[in-house]
Design a protein. Structure first.
Length: 215
């Protein structure tokens, strides 16, 4: 196992990669399998291990999914306006959101060229369930998916967490053979080698998010 990145660097530079995805290099299956092996070491509610990872590298199927992903961006839920407080946080530094938007546009144009897609899934659906049940289900897949992304970063791979599959989740499930009534998709993660260097992101100050003993 390659342990080339210090833990602080790994944690502080694993984020959405769009412009810097290398569209020319395939991602070896063995690397992706290593990332899954590490992902499933993450905690899971009551040790149920209901996680699944659908990895797509076939060019024809990638093209179909890329078209679906693009179509999903026109869904109403993909265009909910941000509250003013979120806008202020997002614009923590001049030009931040401009780079985000150009990154999304770049991914939109080139998604079919990204060599691998990872769709983390979890058994069980949460529609209409209590917050407790929802938290238990999502908490059993999101840590594993994040562990996958950390493992990928450590191996020189870039990822970007998107939910572009979810407005058309049923259609994605049909293409991939996922039993929609029993298994819920959590994200759609393009994966590729990267080009260029990474540095810390601009975030809002700690004082705005840290609460001691009470809110």
């Amino acid at each position: 196992m390659n342990l080339g990145l210090a833990s602080d660097t790994l944690l502080s530079t694993t984020r959405a990669v769009r412009h810097r995805l290398d569209l020319t290099r395939p991602v070896p299956r063995a690397l992706l399998e290593e990332c899954v092996d590490l992902a499933v070491q993450a905690p899971t509610g009551r040790n149920r291990q209901r996680w699944h990872f659908v990895i797509v590298t076939d060019p024809g199927r990638r093209a179909v999914l890329a078209d679906l992903w693009r179509a999903s961006l026109s869904a109403p839920e993909a265009h909910q306006p941000l509250p003013a407080r979120d806008v202020r946080r997002a614009e923590v530094a001049p030009g931040v959101m401009g780079r985000v938007y150009t990154g999304v546009e770049h991914l939109y144009r080139h998604l079919h060229e990204v060599p691998a897609y990872v769709i983390p899934c979890v058994e069980g659906r949460t529609e209409g369930l209590s917050v407790t049940h929802q938290a238990g289900t999502w908490g059993s897949i999101l840590p594993a998916a994040w562990s996958f992304m950390l493992a990928a970063r450590e191996r020189g791979l870039g990822t970007v967490w998107t939910t572009g599959n979810l407005p058309l989740e049923r259609e994605f499930a049909e293409v991939l053979g996922i039993p929609y009534g029993e298994v819920m998709q959590a994200a759609f993660i393009p994966v590729a080698h990267t080009v260029g260097d990474f540095r810390l992101a601009r975030r809002i100050p700690r004082e705005q998010v840290l609460h001691w003993d009470a809110w």
